[in-house]
Design a protein. Structure first.
Length: 392
């Protein structure tokens, strides 16, 4: 009997401890929820409808119109970081996209998880027009296989880069609900990490509904920042030099039976246009070992492998968001024995400045919209001050 009473007493104490812990956890969860799901948090669902753009004759096989579905968790910025104010308080978040790609047995289904930033281009009361840039990871269920799926010449790998460019309009019905609509381009590509890699380009129209579940936090307000950065009024102009090296990889077993490395050296010179952007010019040198094999397969003799080095000059533009930079280059080759890709090239790079002088970067090189390779690397940057000093 005493054992039963002690057993029951133990369970009552245990239950009491669990209830107390639960109450504490609920209280903590409420505080955590307030931080995680702030008044600026928005949930949105979108319905898309579009088609696959056949940029190559081999892609005509996939002509079809089909829907896509998107769920987004996003947050309004309010000036916590200076760049948020500079860009007129953009929306940042994460989006998940799904599409059956027209139920084509060779393509399968597409999934994408993409962080994004939505820049307001025009605001008036409850109406906003913006541009959204999303970049993340995509998964395609049926990539190319020489035996089981030889018709899919679009994509050679399950995992791919997923990019979404969107112009959208947003109208706020009330504090809690908004409706959205826009036009976008969804792109899947592995950057020639594994061939084939024509890529999927999908133009889409969309309609959506956004829900803001939490009331405004009255303590949230814009931050005050000085009108100029330290010493900005003293030094008139600066010129920035970025010097970097990247290493790329091309899986070409489906074509040549082996893999190849790509080496890329570059320098970009930037002049600041505003707090948000820089422009300038650059020079680069690239060595792609697969070009030697391509020339030999076409009957050319390559006595010196360095003859495939392709120097180029380009125009450069950088969009600046605090420590992050998005860099776009449009260039022309000056030399190089292998010329099948033509004289023009484009580069798109993501740069993270982890210190004042050093940065890490990821770059996609493209020829007329067709990905050539992806490279990863590091770089060094420094400023040169020039012009007159002023004390205005």
């Amino acid at each position: 009997m005493n054992i039963r009473l002690k057993y029951r007493a133990f369970h009552l104490r245990l239950a009491g401890v669990m209830v107390a812990a639960m109450l504490c956890s609920i209280n903590g969860l409420g505080q955590f929820q307030h931080k995680l799901f702030s008044s600026n948090m928005i949930f949105e669902g979108k319905f898309h409808y579009g088609f696959i753009y056949a940029q190559h004759l081999e892609m005509e096989l996939f002509n079809a119109h089909f829907p896509a579905f998107e769920f987004t968790i996003q947050q309004l910025t309010y000036g916590k970081q200076r760049w948020e104010r500079d860009y007129n308080y953009p929306i940042i978040g994460m989006t998940f996209l799904y599409s059956g790609l027209g139920n084509n047995p060779s393509l399968g289904q597409a999934y994408a998880l993409m962080p994004f930033i939505n820049f307001p281009l025009y605001k008036k009361r409850d109406f906003t027009v913006g541009f959204r840039l999303a970049l993340g990871l995509g998964y395609l269920t049926k990539p190319f296989d020489r035996i089981s799926n030889y018709k899919n010449l679009a994509i050679g790998s399950h995992y791919n880069a997923a990019v979404n460019l969107m112009f959208e309009a947003r109208y706020r019905i009330n504090y809690y609900l908004s409706v959205t609509g826009g036009i976008s381009l969804q792109h899947f590509s592995n950057g020639s990490l594994k061939l084939p890699n024509y890529g999927l380009n999908i133009p889409l129209l969309n309609l959506g509904v956004a829900y803001r579940p939490f009331k405004a936090n009255k303590d949230i307000g814009d931050r005050f920042y000085a009108p100029t950065d330290p010493y900005e009024a003293i030094i008139y102009k600066t010129m920035e030099f970025n010097i970097g090296a990247l290493l790329g990889y091309k899986n070409m077993k489906a074509v040549y039976g082996k893999n190849f490395m790509v080496f890329h050296l570059y320098e970009n010179t930037f002049f600041r246009l505003s707090k948000k952007s820089k422009a300038g010019f650059g020079v680069d040198f690239s060595y792609d070992a697969s070009q030697v094999r391509l020339l030999e397969s076409n009957g050319d003799t390559v006595s010196n492998k360095l003859s495939v080095i392709r120097p180029g000059i380009n125009g450069a533009y950088q969009l600046v968001l605090s420590r992050v930079g998005f860099i776009f280059n449009l260039g022309v080759y000056l030399a190089g024995k292998e010329k099948s890709n033509g004289p023009l090239y484009e580069k798109f790079a993501f740069q993270y400045n982890f210190s004042k002088d050093f940065y890490a970067t990821m770059m996609l090189k493209v020829h007329w919209g067709r990905a050539d390779y992806i490279g990863w690397g590091v770089g060094y940057k420094f400023d040169v001050k020039y012009g007159k000093k002023t004390f205005k």
